[in-house]
Ligand binder design. Structure first.
Ligand SMILES: [Zn+2]
Length: 151
């Protein structure tokens, strides 16, 4: 196996041995591991504490940039939609995963696959209420304010 994927899978294995969930990720640039993380490294409960997010946070803090273009992420599990959003936002160019969403679902960790399905539905058909609050008010629209400040 590729050395970086091997490391991501090892982090996931160690996480399970420590009573955590089976996820690890490494961020690589120019053939070197820049950061690595497992899921659930936070002191407090945190639903965003996925291995990929943790590795991205560490890199952005360490490098003081949100731009991770030219980086590759190796992750022990196919990224969920939250992690994919972070990967897109950071401009990470390549993602390699070990366990796919189907394999996670087979062992009872089907949330990632379920949420991808949810997001593919129109808002009205989702299990969470999501509505556009379109009432006009006399408040400043922060989006318009931001736009005006750009020009
Ligand atoms: Zn995730």
């Amino acid at each position: 196996m590729n050395q970086f994927m091997e490391r991501a899978v090892k982090l996931a294995e160690e996480n399970v041995r420590e009573g955590q969930i089976p996820f690890g990720a490494v961020l690589v640039k120019d053939g070197e591991i820049v950061t690595e993380a497992a899921a659930g490294e936070q002191e407090n409960p945190d639903v965003t504490g996925h291995a990929e997010i943790n590795a991205i946070r560490k890199a952005q803090k360490q490098l003081q940039t949100s731009d991770l273009s030219d980086y590759t992420i190796y992750t022990s599990g196919e990224p969920c939609s939250m992690c994919m959003t972070a990967i897109y936002a950071a401009d990470i160019e390549t993602v390699y995963f070990y366990n796919g969403l189907e394999q996670m679902t087979e062992v009872g960790m089907g949330e990632g696959e379920k949420i991808y399905e949810e997001l593919s539905k129109p808002n009205e058909e989702r299990s969470i209420t999501i509505k556009h609050f379109s009432d006009q008010t006399d408040q400043t629209d922060p989006m318009q304010l931001w736009y005006d400040k750009q020009s």
